[in-house]
Design a protein around this ligand. Structure first.
Ligand code: PXP
Length: 389
């Protein structure tokens, strides 16, 4: 793992968010595999480190210990160095500047990393100006990529309950409104060929009413491409569809269906709709997805989510991470979904290449007991707040 984060501070801290920020920074400086250690301490420990290494008997906000240069020969050494941040000082500074702690920590991390790259504002005004410019460029890169992933919520199973009675309630359109009020970034629906849950009317009304983003999951058929071209969702995710399946059982076989999918992607692009392909975490499928001209892939996380043991879960997790990196390196945006729940999502939320999660069943299931708004907020705090004890 290139980014190692340790904390000797007693409070719960946004470690997940900091990890994602650090990985984005390493990519931005062209060193995605460099090793960076981040240590979060209190003011007492920062004072001790300052006295020991820098002869300063007081705490500061950040200190960097570089591992570059002649004493640390390259290329065997891929260590960038250590950044130590005082949480107490960062908290005071964030309060004084009217920003939240997460933003202040990210700014201090950037400052520390730029020091590790050899810049030093204390050498003089020219150096200070150059360092500020580099920091600003990295902060811009960080906020352009958006540190935390988006959470889009699939409301199909609200419609499943409605269809069980052939009634009008519960209405997935109402559910989508509550999901948005709770803070989700988007709504996902799967219009299946057999219309077992979501109906055409739902998709039309969602398009008119939701304020975030609408993702339409669908098979790459003429009928569905026609509907999408009329309704114009913000993005289409193409999925395989089997009549007998309970839910989407696997990713698209893009390798064998490349020509067919290529045409579907082109038709959707002609209608002005970006396209994502739902694929298993396999290199050849991802490369084929790129060939179709798709903008994005959604990695099928079912094997990770349903792993029967922690060993297999670890292996499947690594596979998802490796394939997310491979897809991003090909210039594809990376989404992930299927089978994610309140236990297994936080680990994936730390993977900075994954820019969006699509989660449905676990949230609708929890909403039955705690209400939709609370179920969404609880998942949002796992995916986006990134606070770990
Ligand atoms: N992504 C895709 C492409 C899907 O087909 C589904 C299931 O509809 C999901 C995500 C959400 O999966 P789950 O309901 O297991 O969270």
């Amino acid at each position: 793992m290139p980014v190692l984060i340790r904390s000797t501070h007693s409070k719960s801290l946004p470690l997940l968010r900091l990890r994602r920020a650090a990985e984005i920074l390493l990519r931005s400086i062209g060193r995605p595999d460099a090793e960076l250690s981040i240590l979060l301490v209190d003011d007492a420990e920062m004072t001790r480190l300052n006295k020991l290494w820098l002869k300063r008997p007081y705490p500061t906000n950040v200190i960097s210990f570089g591992q570059q240069g002649d004493d640390f020969p390259q290329p065997e050494n891929n260590l960038l160095g250590d950044v130590v941040i005082s949480i107490d000082t960062a908290r005071c500074e964030s309060a004084n500047a009217g920003m939240n702690l997460e933003q202040r920590l990210e700014a201090l991390l950037v400052h520390g990393v730029v020091h590790l790259l050899g810049e030093d504002h204390e050498l003089g005004p020219v150096e200070a100006e150059r360092m500020t410019r580099k920091e600003q460029a990295l902060l811009d890169a960080l906020y352009k990529e958006k540190t935390m992933a988006d959470l889009c919520i699939n409301v199909d199973h609200v419609a499943t309950v409605r269809q069980a009675r052939g009634a009008t309630e519960p209405d997935p359109v109402t559910a989508a409104g509550i999901v948005e009020i709770a803070g989700a970034d988007g709504i996902v629906v799967h219009l299946r060929e057999d219309r077992r849950h979501i109906q055409d009317r739902d998709v039309k009304l969602l398009r008119q009413t939701i304020k975030t983003r609408l993702t339409l999951e669908m098979a790459a058929t003429d009928e569905m491409i026609g509907i999408a071209s009329d309704i114009k969702p913000d993005i289409v995710t193409l999925v395989p569809e089997g009549r007998e399946e309970l839910t989407t059982e696997g990713g698209l076989d893009v390798v064998n269906l490349e020509k067919h999918l290529d045409k579907a992607v082109t038709r959707l692009h002609d209608a002005g709709i970006p396209v994502s392909l739902f694929v298993d975490p396999e290199q050849n499928q991802i490369e084929a997805a790129k060939q179709t001209g798709a903008d994005c892939i959604e990695i099928h996380t079912g094997l990770y989510a349903d792993a029967p043991s922690s060993n297999i879960e670890d292996k499947e997790f690594e596979q998802v991470v490796t394939m997310a990196r491979a897809a991003m390196a090909l210039g594809l945006r990376v989404h992930a979904g299927h089978g994610l729940n309140y236990r297994n999502t936080a680990r994936l939320a730390a993977v900075s290449e994954i820019q969006e999660f699509s989660i449905g069943h676990a949230i609708v299931a929890r909403a039955v007991f705690v209400g939709m708004e609370r179920a969404v907020r609880e998942m949002l705090s796992l995916v986006q707040k990134g606070y770990l004890e």
